[in-house]
Design a protein around this ligand. Sequence first.
Ligand SMILES: Cc1ncc(COP(=O)(O)O)c(C=O)c1O
Length: 434
Amino acid sequence: MTESHEHTSGISRRKFAQLLAVSGSAALLPAAELRALERPRGAVPGAPPSADDSFWTLVRGQFALDDDLTFLNAANLCPSSRPVIETLYQRARDLDRDPSPDTKERLIAQREETRRLLAEYLRVSPEEILLTRNTSEANNIVSSGLALKPGDEVVISADNHPSNHRAWTEKAKRFGFSVTVVDAVTPHPGPEYYLEAFRKAVTPRTRLVAFTHVTSTVGDGFPANELCALARERGALSLVDGAQTFGVLDVDLSQMQPDFYTGSGHKWPCAPRGTGVLYVRRTAQAALSPSIISLYPGSVGISRSHEGIGQRDEPAMIAFGQALRMQMTIGRPAIESHARELAQALIAGLSSTGGVKVWTHSDPARSASIVAFQPASLDPRRLARALYENHRITAQVRGGEDRPGLRLSPHLYNTHADVERTLAAVRRYLTSGV
Ligand SMILES: Cc1ncc(COP(=O)(O)O)c(C=O)c1O
């Protein structure tokens, strides 16, 4: 007997039939995993003007998260909401019932709706949107696709993710261009500081400036609009890694005007795993060669030449659109202000806790919804384990020498009760040890 057969034998026939009737989406999943999906869920709610915890509790009800889980790790990987899981399942079922070219073509055509939604969400045009697998791929399409040569320079921020840092230094070795790194300063010295630091680093040979909108390390925010304007004034392209802003801040690319902006669907947008976006400004498209040439491209703009990368997970890309739709229904400004409010509450609570060193600045111009802190002399790994095992609180460990500690990243499914529970647990271990 296979493992999945064993599990499904635990679901009664009646329950299984009920599930099919209610949602039309019963999968051959273990019964325990179906429980959260079974719970009745109302329509996705729109946020009232002053949404409080009772509203965000309704939003949480749209997710399949375990009831006792305080999940504070959106910066790493977010759960998909139930509407997204349902769409994913329905499209996968369509394909697995009949994987013929007709079904595939129908799904590939639906991918275009996700592109349209992404364009609306980012306030750009569908002709400028590529659907990728994640931010890493999107960043690397840029660093592999520009014709950079000896004599050219790329200016990057020191606190970039490897896909936007080591990707540049490795390709610099291969293609002969050089990389200038702008140091990161902690605590965040303010947007003006970084603007000046980049101003000094950019030279007439600079072809591109690449930075992270909000860093994954300690949540430092970079002045994206001003840095993109600086690059443009100096005749350089700009790449903004938006992995930690796409899906949580109400990002408006028509204001920011980057040449490239990247993000992952499976982080803050709460879309299925293996979905991402690369925005390529119309005027930058001629400079970018496709790195992969194959079949099944998109239908409009740059997707016709740069998105044909062979067969892909069409159901996931379609469900990505559903995730964006859900956020637009709730209201993006409300999501941003809620996530920021929870992060501010964490910063305030941790800052007033003896021995804790908070790495993240509380100024909203210097941070967003990521909070990193050092829990006095406690071992971060042991603390994270105790939080998870004894309190079902998920935090990300930041090991090593560079601003070590824990990272918390609240989102739309969290409430102030989650913040209070987490602060109380951290304080308890600071007193008792771990
Ligand atoms: C700033 C930043 N860029 C890129 C990535 C890579 O994201 P993915 O693994 O989804 O490609 C991450 C992941 O944490 C990140 O924080």
